[in-house]
Ligand binder design. Structure first.
Ligand SMILES: C[S@@+](CC[C@H](N)C(=O)[O-])C[C@H]1O[C@@H](n2cnc3c(N)ncnc32)[C@H](O)[C@@H]1O
Length: 252
């Protein structure tokens, strides 16, 4: 039994850490494992990954997004930006056409897939995630969507990574930033971006979860500090409850 569990754990480890092609061959070779690994030792994020690998079309970002939306709505809730607010994110990415973009909070890579599928060739897109397990799942999902060459994943706390972005990734300023990590860090990190001269006149900063769980300090900051032209865009969570994105254009 112990040996059996250990071999299952090795398979789960492979599932998360190896490229998607190898993952699929594991499933082909061990079809019975699908059910067994799903039930017990896997995290919600690993179960989501498994569902995507089994139900989405490889190399098709829209199919990956739709599959993640279905899983989050029907099986297990997930803190992805989701399809309702994601439509605003799509609109902002398309309008801004960023050549350089930063995301705070990769989670399983849902918003990274949403964003990267719309980027112009040559655009630099960096996404930061502090949790290694989440980043490993995101790596698989981004790669399954065929977008691995368009996304630079950095595993780090945002407050440590932001001051190093200019030198480590040869970034001058960002054209767009998507803030979607721990809500209490929103104000700290937008100030860190300002202090490190990573914003320029016209940079579009979009922040998620303004209503739920809520980021009132952040909303107050961008609306009243005088440095941004800020607008609220209401959408819905997977549950149907209202939430929204704040779009703030830096005045420079
Ligand atoms: C709401 S989820 C991100 C959802 C993702 N943007 C999407 O829509 O698919 C928040 C993520 O931020 C990560 N996080 C929280 N604090 C962080 C920090 N200080 N630096 C980097 N990542 C952080 C969490 O581990 C979590 O995976």
């Amino acid at each position: 039994m112990v040996l059996y569990k250990a071999s299952l754990q090795r398979l789960v480890h492979k599932l998360v850490l190896q490229p998607a092609t190898e993952t699929s061959s594991i499933f082909r070779r061990f079809p019975s494992v699908r059910k067994q690994t799903c039930a017990s030792d896997m995290s919600k994020e690993q179960r989501t990954l498994q569902y995507v690998l089994q139900n989405a079309s490889r190399g098709d970002p829209d199919s990956v997004l739709a599959t993640m939306d279905t899983y989050a709505r029907e099986q297990e809730w997930a803190m992805n930006v989701g399809d309702s607010k994601g439509a605003f994110l799509d609109q902002f990415v398309q309008e801004t056409a960023p050549q350089s973009m930063l995301e705070l909070g990769t989670y399983m890579g849902y918003s990274a897939v949403r964003t990267a599928r719309l980027l112009q060739p040559g655009a630099k897109f960096i996404t930061l995630e502090v949790n290694q397990q989440n980043a490993a799942v995101a790596k698989e999902i981004i790669s399954f969507a065929g977008l691995q060459d368009k996304v630079i994943q950095v595993i780090s706390d945002s407050s440590e990574a932001i001051p190093q972005l200019k030198t480590k990734f040869n970034v001058e300023t960002f054209d767009m930033v998507f803030i979607d990590h721990f809500k209490d860090f929103y104000v700290r990190d937008i100030k860190l971006l300002e202090e490190n001269n990573l914003l320029r006149k016209g940079t579009v900063v979009v922040a998620d979860n303004i209503i739920k769980p809520g980021a009132p300090e952040y909303a107050d900051y961008v609306r009243t500090c005088g440095k941004y032209d800020s607008t609220f865009h209401e959408g819905k969570l997977y549950s149907g409850k209202p939430d929204g994105l704040e779009k703030s254009v830096y005045r420079g």
